[in-house]
Design a binder for this molecule. Structure first.
Ligand code: NAG
Ligand code: NAG
Ligand code: NAG
Ligand code: NAG
Length: 338
């Protein structure tokens, strides 16, 4: 009798062990993926004609384990869809991407045969934080609806065939940290509204390699942009909005435009580490205060500058190609002044 009682805890332990063992097995085999998300993903796969890159998207398996997607750890909803580097994927962005309501990251990148417009159903993805549709063959205009995606932190539409104007409404994105629209065929002016981004910190703006024209809006002087690349456009006039003692800009690339201003009158802030003004119509000379900057990159070549390059700071650490093709700039690293 006493020995039988003794066996009871052992038996209990045994049952507990099996209970948890089977629970574990069941949980690990239970499908975590939300059925609506799974359906949307399978529709996306079908719309792309069952591409090789989506082979792992097998309806018999849990979509939380598929390649190119990520499920949230607790809700098990699809929060990320990233398909990139595949030239066999052809067609347009399927409307079903709008049926993944918990998406925070949507990246369709380096898909040279991805064509057509920026899919309108993306407007439904109100949780999006990262939208990267770069290095594809997307065409049409940049749609206004992007400004309704209030959580967007990064918007990258670089290297496509987008045309038309930059929508004014993009300045209504309160959390935007970076906007990249470079290497498209965008025309018209930079929106005046870009001086009125409402976030705590204005975004970095990369608008290079387009056909943007007119003056850079003076409203941009209202904000302290961390970094600006407006190179290779047809911008005219002044660039005063980025200069001044109180400006915190670190990287400024305005090269290959039609800008025309007196560099002697420009006041710099110490924060500037990279300045590229090559191929413009900048005149005057290099202000002596430039010797006080911690410049890592400087290029003022192909302008209309004159006078002696101030001696000191980083200015003589650059070679002559940072300074050549000006009107009468002289002194090291160029030849001596006459
Ligand atoms: C994809 O685009 C490349 C050019 O980038 C082309 O050579 C190729 O034939 C295209 N593939 C398909 C399947 O259309
Ligand atoms: C540069 O700008 C910042 C922000 O406006 C300011 O706090 C800082 O004093 C400026 N630096 C100089 C040397 O003027
Ligand atoms: C540029 O500005 C400086 C300083 O105000 C002035 O002395 C110079 O004459 C101006 N240069 C030109 C070409 O207008
Ligand atoms: C400055 O720009 C010119 C013109 O594009 C280029 O030839 C030169 O190599 C550049 N210099 C540096 C240091 O990058």
């Amino acid at each position: 009798m006493a020995s039988d009682l003794h066996k009871l805890p052992c038996l209990l332990l045994f049952f507990f062990f099996f209970f948890f063992f089977f629970l574990f097995i069941t949980i690990s085999y239970a499908e975590l993926c939300n059925p609506n998300d799974k359906k949307a993903l399978l529709n996306i796969k079908k719309a792309f004609n069952d591409p090789y890159i989506l082979t792992s998207w097998d309806p018999q398996t849990d979509c939380c384990h598929w390649y190119c997607v990520k499920c949230d750890r607790t809700t098990h909803r699809i929060i990320s869809l990233t398909i990139f580097a595949d030239d066999r994927l052809t067609g347009q962005i399927p409307p079903e991407v709008g049926d993944l309501p918990f998406l925070q990251t949507l990246m369709l990148h380096k898909l040279p045969n991805l064509t057509g417009p920026i899919q309108p159903t993306i407007a439904k993805l109100q949780n999006l934080r990262f939208l990267d549709l770069s290095w594809n063959s997307l065409s049409g205009e940049i749609p206004d609806f992007l400004s309704t995606l209030k959580n967007l932190f990064v918007l990258t539409l670089s290297f496509n065939k987008l045309t038309g104007k930059i929508p004014n409404s993009l300045s209504q994105l309160p959390n935007l940290g970076g906007l990249r629209l470079d290497r498209n065929q965008l025309t018209g002016q930079i929106p005046d509204s870009f001086g009125y981004f409402t976030g705590e910190q204005p975004p970095s703006l990369i608008l290079s390699h387009n056909q943007l024209s007119g003056k850079i809006p003076s409203s941009l002087s209202r904000l302290n942009f961390p970094s600006i690349d407006f190179s290779r456009n047809k911008l005219e006039g002044d660039a005063f909005m980025f200069f001044g003692a109180d400006k915190m800009i670190q990287i400024l690339d305005l090269s290959r435009n039609l800008l025309e201003f007196n560099l002697s009158e420009v006041v710099f802030n110490q924060s500037l580490t990279s300045l590229d003004l090559n191929h413009n119509k900048v005149f005057g000379g290099l202000p002596p205060a430039m010797t006080e900057l911690n410049l890592q990159y400087l290029n003022v070549s192909y302008n209309r500058l004159c006078g002696q390059i101030p001696v000191g700071g980083a200015l003589q650490s650059f070679d002559l190609y940072s300074y050549f093709h000006n009107k009468c700039l002289c002194g090291a690293p160029l030849g001596p002044c006459k």
